[in-house]
Design a protein around this ligand. Structure first.
Ligand SMILES: Nc1ncnc2c1ncn2[C@@H]1O[C@H](COP(=O)(O)OP(=O)(O)OP(=O)(O)O)[C@@H](O)[C@H]1O
Length: 243
């Protein structure tokens, strides 16, 4: 008898998402999935719907049509805080700092065990990952540099012991050396087995870092495949990303 192996349930799956801002129809039937431990790049020019896809999945905007599942459970209409508690560490575009909290307060406030009770990431581990935050421990996050704020944002997400990290433009506007440091951390996070979804303008770094890539054009997915294969598709990269 032929053996049959069930594919693992995706960590997050979305089918046929249609999202609007008012009357403006932004997502046109987006299908999305990410497996446990997988690293996925979401690519596309500005305004193509990458952040809206993430915001729809997390519940910051409610799609008019389509279904969203987190670990197999349908979560349509659930508020973001509930979806995030299902094991998602979210580093939003713009970092979402509370400028009047110190580094310590920002990190400690986020601390909680993972959905399976895992406590791999705690304050000591985050500070060891970002030694610079130890030096800034008692500073208000509003007084930190952009790179340091980004480290707090990533550290805060790691303190929730996530199964999936979502990083939306995590290296935007950062100096090259700091950007390199952030990439090293994202790579290290990936190597611990946490699934990662990354949106970033540094497409060449993403193609090396990720297992799979999706390209979005005008609210639709026009490519979904292995990043190693996309690297050889200069035609697609040029047409849809302008590389
Ligand atoms: N809050 C909003 N209200 C109205 N329109 C919006 C809003 N947010 C985004 N849009 C529009 O929706 C479309 C998709 O934007 P989205 O931010 O998802 O794109 P993106 O691919 O993430 O690009 P970027 O890199 O510029 O953020 C764009 O046309 C944008 O102008």
């Amino acid at each position: 008898m032929a053996s049959h192996v069930e594919p693992a349930t995706p960590l997050v799956e979305a089918r046929g998402l249609h999202t609007y801002y008012g009357n403006s129809h932004v997502l046109h039937g987006v299908d999305f999935h990410i497996a446990p431990g997988e690293t996925l790049a979401l690519l596309g020019r500005n305004g193509m719907g990458k952040s809206t896809t993430i915001r729809s999945i997390l519940g910051f905007v409610t799609p008019r049509r389509g279904d969203i599942y987190i670990r197999g459970e349908r979560v349509n209409g659930q508020p973001p805080y509930r979806n995030i508690r299902r094991g998602i560490g979210y580093v939003p575009e713009g970092r979402g700092m509370f400028p009047n909290l110190t580094v310590r307060e920002s990190l400690v406030m986020a601390a909680r065990p993972g959905v399976d009770g895992r406590c791999d990431w705690d304050l000591d581990r985050v500070l060891a990952t970002f030694p610079r935050l130890t030096e800034r421990y008692s500073h208000l996050t509003g007084n930190l540099s952009g790179g340091e704020q980004q480290m707090v944002a990533i550290g805060r997400a790691l303190m929730t012991n996530p199964e999936l990290m979502i990083l939306d433009e995590a290296t935007e506007g950062l100096a090259p050396l700091i950007r390199k440091e952030i990439w090293q951390v994202i790579r290290a996070v990936k190597d611990t087995g946490i699934a990662t979804l990354v949106v970033d303008k540094n497409v060449n770094v993403l193609l090396d870092l990720t297992d799979r890539s999706m390209i979005m054009v005008k609210g639709q997915v026009v490519y979904d495949g292995l990043s190693t294969e996309l690297k050889d598709r200069q035609d697609l990269l040029q047409e849809h990303i302008g590389l």
